[in-house]
Design a protein around this ligand. Structure first.
Ligand code: T4K
Length: 360
């Protein structure tokens, strides 16, 4: 068993060279413009539109992913309706629905991808359903064709929580996709979020909503909020974007090492994402998972049980407890292992060896 002297955290943010950040700060200092649609934000917006290959009229940046989701849901008119979603996700997905007055209806996940199952979602559709919100959990692609069919058949919106999916091409599906740029993500802007949408007429609405829905000095047209990304965030985003190839390559390399280490063992490594954003493994039972989680901690490896407990165990969603057995089973057996730019290959091997030693 390898005992690490320094803690190995589940993830660490990439930080660009400080000199580059300082140079960007000099520009911000000169401009004396810190937020509210500043030049750095506009530059980041254009750079992202180029990177994602979508027109700049089809995206909007926000202070964080949760507010991006909230405003996307609100702009699509989901308030007051039912929205089918997955319980196997971070609380932000359903919190954003609740906060705009929609009711999350939880449907079960596909055991292979742990993403919302279109068949389970279809069984939950009623006349009150306004949308389906699947999550590309860990960056694993949902059954996008299945959801497109449901969207057409029932006339409901498909809005993807793609918080984990930056660096894939999954934003090409659905009415809206949301990327989170939190520092725990593969790519970040300190805090930040982005919506990519099919209908470019949404952009004006979203720009308004993120700025209190103030349209001019004399007109406030709706109940908006403050969800603006500031200039320092945009600068961080721009500098990280320059390194996307390296960031992706390092996560993929780490995922490859875990996959090889766990091949043919009783530990199931869940791969399948194009960006290797997370490194989740499934154990045979809850007891084994808990033993590994605690055993790794003793060796100074701080893996995380994303996503446990299941959302339907939390007070705001307890009404749906017991409705999603596949998701509940996965939540009880899953552990996400450390992965980040700068984590050495030999450390990844040691982490995997420790896991296997504890399991045996
Ligand atoms: N939808 C989904 C599916 C999501 O997963 C998320 C966020 C959202 C929506 C909402 O997007 P945002 O509004 O966040 O943009 C983290 C993140 O806070 C959260 O962004 C993320 N999902 C979720 C899965 O994980 P915690 O409570 O686990 O974070 P924390 O502070 O324990 O950090 C995790 C590890 O990273 C720690 O070991 C320390 C390390 N760390 C963290 C930060 C912030 C660093 O080394 N440096 C840092 O700056 O929630």
């Amino acid at each position: 068993m390898t005992i690490f002297n320094e803690p190995i955290l589940v993830t660490r943010p990439y930080l660009p060279p400080l000199e580059e950040f300082k140079r960007g700060c000099e520009e911000i200092w000169t401009n004396r413009w810190l937020t509210n649609d500043g030049p750095m934000l506009q530059r980041f917006h254009e750079a992202l539109s180029g990177y994602l290959g979508v027109p700049s009229s089809n995206l909007a940046l926000f202070a964080n992913g949760t507010l991006a989701l909230e405003l996307g849901f609100y702009a699509m008119g989901l308030s007051g309706g039912d929205v089918i979603t997955t319980p196997f996700t971070f609380v932000a997905t359903s919190h954003a629905l609740k906060r705009i007055g929609a009711t999350p209806v939880f449907a079960d996940v596909d055991p292979a991808t742990l993403c919302l199952s279109p068949a389970a979602a279809e069984r939950s559709i009623t006349p009150r359903t306004k949308a389906i919100v699947p999550v590309h959990v860990y960056g694993n692609p949902c059954d996008v064709d299945g959801f497109a069919r449901l969207g057409e058949k029932y006339g409901v919106k498909i809005i993807y929580d793609a918080a984990h999916a930056f660096g894939t091409d999954l934003h090409r599906y659905g009415d809206i996709s949301m990327f989170s740029f939190h520092p725990t993500k593969l790519f970040h802007s300190c805090e930040g979020g982005c919506l990519v949408f099919r209908d470019d007429s949404l952009q004006r609405k979203l720009f308004n909503l993120r700025n209190f829905a103030i349209e001019s000095e004399l007109a406030c047209v709706d109940v908006g909020t403050n969800a603006k990304m500031n200039e320092l965030q945009a600068l961080m985003g721009l500098l990280c974007l320059e390194r996307m190839d390296d960031l992706l390559a390092s996560r993929r390399r780490i995922a490859g090492i875990y996959a090889e280490k766990f091949r043919g063992t009783c530990v199931r490594f869940i791969d399948g994402s194009a960006n290797a954003a997370y490194c989740p493994v499934l154990f045979k039972s809850y007891e084994i998972r808990e033993r590994v989680y605690a055993g790794l901690k003793k060796s100074n490896i701080h893996a995380r049980r994303y996503f446990y407990p299941l959302l339907t165990e939390f007070a705001p969603y307890i009404y749906a407890r017991g409705t999603c057995p596949v998701a509940a089973d996965a939540a009880s057996r899953v552990l996400t292992l450390p992965t980040y730019y700068g984590l050495a290959d030999e450390d990844v091997r040691s982490i995997a060896d420790n896991v296997l030693e504890i399991v045996s």
